[in-house]
Design a protein around this ligand. Structure first.
Ligand code: HEM
Length: 322
């Protein structure tokens, strides 16, 4: 086909597409420019205050967005409370005794509802809170996409299934779970850099510091002092995911991996002789590249299967459907 034929064909396809009344809706950073122009500012101020009270909260809010997006898309489903007739995602394995920050989301939502009632979704609040958390801890900025709507339900089974990789994951499994939501292995390596902030419970890192061989021996013995065996003892004791700078968003997570000081089995999988070693080493050398790639991957993660248009709703209270 000649180039002019290709052009008139695509023009025709475009016209037919528009005439059919369908549009390929997309999230966009300016979604609330007319309806709630101050939303990012307001979310940012509540997040900053929360992080000032407790640095770890920045990590917890970032993780909420991740766990929301990986289970049936970024639709605020993780925020729904269980009821006697409904079991949502909060008590699923990856979240129970671990996901936190729900009160801060409530606080943000009530500020935002006062400002522009019924306009901003809880799913978007999670996306903005993730950005503002990273910024509050010294990390990079990205233009956060907006326009998600909230689910009217949540799935305990989906959250308990394979959607969120466990800390015992192999490299293959990590790659597969990210590919399942349209993210590449490179995206996965960049996003795992989120473990530059926050804490993990002993139950998440116990098998790694007792059984794995690719652990720095001094690091392992230090972590064992706070994480006894057998299982059940001290399960909820905490250790920093990045022992060097756990309240600062930087690239030291990758440099920890280079010296076998990743806290989780899954962390060390990224630098264990596999094809992701090269990128881990690059991020360890080049904090700017890490920031750029992390930001791009956060935008991709935030784009996972959003509800848009007339789908879902704008919840008035993030914990219950309207
Ligand atoms: C690559 C696969 C991943 C695995 C296997 C994984 C696993 C875990 C585990 C087991 C914990 C500790 C939970 C606990 O013991 O309570 C944790 C914490 C955390 N994860 Fe991940 N994670 C992964 C990717 C991500 C991604 C993509 C993000 C965000 C973009 C993220 C952000 C965090 C943060 C910030 C924390 C600390 C939360 C806090 O202190 O409250 N993780 N992760």
């Amino acid at each position: 086909m000649g180039s002019s034929k290709i052009m008139s064909f695509s023009f025709l396809a475009c016209t037919l597409f528009l005439m059919s009344g369908t549009s390929l809706a997309q999230l966009t950073p300016d979604f609330y420019d007319l309806t709630c122009p101050k939303v990012i500012e307001v979310v940012g101020s509540v997040v900053k205050a929360a992080v000032l009270r407790e640095k770890r909260m920045g990590a917890s809010l970032l993780r909420l967005h991740f766990h929301d997006c990986f289970v049936n898309g970024c639709d605020g489903s993780i925020l729904l409370d269980d009821t006697p007739s409904f079991r949502g995602e909060k008590t699923a394995n990856p979240n129970v005794n671990s996901a936190r920050g729900f009160e801060v989301i409530d606080d943000i939502k009530s500020h935002v509802e006062r400002l522009c009632p019924g306009v901003v979704s809880c799913a978007d609040i999670l996306a903005i809170a993730a950005l503002e958390s990273v910024l509050a801890l010294g990390g990079p900025y990205w233009r956060v996409n907006l326009g998600r709507r909230d689910s009217i339900s949540a799935s305990f089974d989906a959250a308990n299934g394979n959607a969120i990789p466990p800390p015992t994951s192999s490299l293959d499994n990590l790659v597969r779970t990210f590919q399942a939501v349209g993210l590449t292995a490179d995206d996965m390596v960049a996003l795992a850099g989120a473990h530059t902030i926050g804490q993990a419970r002993c139950t998440s890192f116990r098998p790694h510091v007792y059984n794995d061989t690719n652990v720095d021996p001094l690091f392992a013995s230090l972590r064992r002092t706070n994480c006894p065996i057998p299982n059940g003892l001290g399960d909820n004791n905490l250790a920093p995911l990045d022992a060097r700078t756990s309240n600062h968003f930087d690239n030291s997570y990758y440099n920890n991996l280079l010296i076998n000081q990743g806290l989780l089995h899954s962390d060390m999988q990224l630098h264990s002789g596999g094809f992701t070693d090269r990128l881990v080493e690059e991020y360890g050398r080049d904090p700017i590249k890490f920031n750029v790639d992390f930001s791009a991957a956060m935008i991709k993660m935030g784009d996972i299967s959003p509800l848009m248009g007339n789908d879902g709703e704008i919840r008035r209270n993030c914990r219950v459907p309207n």
